[in-house]
Design a protein around this ligand. Structure first.
Ligand SMILES: [Cu+2]
Length: 278
């Protein structure tokens, strides 16, 4: 009896030793849960695929382990010598097919939902340039040029002699962030004035190509105030690493007061958008 308990304790410790680092790594490297309904849906899809893969792994590796143990050489197993098995072949074709269908239906639903920009409450135009982003709020005629922050720019040259660790958010800080209201469906119209860029903010569940001559639309509804960082996700030239994205989400009242202050401080920005200096 004592031996049995000892055995159980060993098995539990071994399981914990395997599980704990796995959970820690999962927290570190898993997809971010994000702060928008779409990012939550994408996270749900990712976890669904993950658990299906875990189930498949248990079945496949279980069968392999079982075969290794119970059909080992020392047991002198007699191999089955059948050839072709219609039932078996139908089963291993139909099961993966059903699994794929079960994954494709919710994935298609999320895709359709992510692209449905109807009933948006605010529109912001996002334009990529080599190497900065311009954010335009047509409702208030606000133009924001969002460049890499000076704190990063000073360090970026190869022989600057400064450590990237000496500044917070190195290469992820900008001169002016994109400010959005919390809880509102915001339509983003994304395009480019030169080469292909990509507007990517993982916490918002958004990655959309910015193509010259084409406008792509996507929407975000940020559920939590905060600062969310991303970057251009399409290699667009030597300055590709120098066009980060920072989104600041504020509650509606604070957002409107930001709009008021911005317009007061930047009356020149009320004119139509012009191409920024390189
Ligand atoms: Cu780019």
């Amino acid at each position: 009896m004592k031996k049995k308990w000892l055995h159980a304790a060993w098995c539990t410790s071994l399981l914990a030793a395997i599980t704990m680092p796995t959970l820690w790594a999962a927290n570190l490297y898993n997809l971010p849960h994000g702060v928008t309904p779409v990012s939550h849906a994408i996270y749900g899809l990712s976890m669904m695929a993950f658990w299906i893969m875990c189930g498949i792994a248990v079945v496949v590796f279980g069968a392999i382990t079982w075969s290794i143990i119970f059909h080992r050489r020392s047991r002198h197993p007699k191999p089955a010598d059948f050839h072709e098995n219609t039932v078996l072949e139908i089963v291993w074709t139909v099961i993966p097919f059903l699994i794929l269908i079960a994954m494709a239906i919710p994935a298609a639903r999320v895709l359709i939902r992510a692209e449905n920009v109807h009933h948006s409450e605010l529109t912001v135009e996002v334009t990529g340039y080599q190497w900065l982003w311009r954010y335009t709020y047509p409702r208030w005629k606000i133009n924001i040029y969002s460049r890499l922050a000076d704190s990063s720019l000073r360090i970026a040259p190869l022989h600057s002699g400064r450590s990237p660790y000496s500044t917070p958010h190195y290469l992820h800080a900008v001169t002016h962030p994109l400010v959005l209201p919390v809880g509102e469906k915001v339509r983003l119209l994304i395009t480019s004035k030169d080469v292909i860029h990509s507007w990517w903010v993982p916490d918002l569940g958004v990655q959309m190509d910015a193509n010259p001559g084409l406008v792509n639309s996507i929407w975000v509804k940020i559920l939590k105030p905060g600062t969310y960082r991303g970057q251009c996700n399409q290699i667009c030239g030597w300055g590709h690493a120098y066009m980060p994205i920072v989104v600041v989400a504020k509650p509606k009242a604070q957002f409107l007061s930001w709009v008021k202050h911005w317009r007061k401080r930047h009356p020149q920005a009320l004119s139509p958008a012009t191409t920024p200096d390189p």
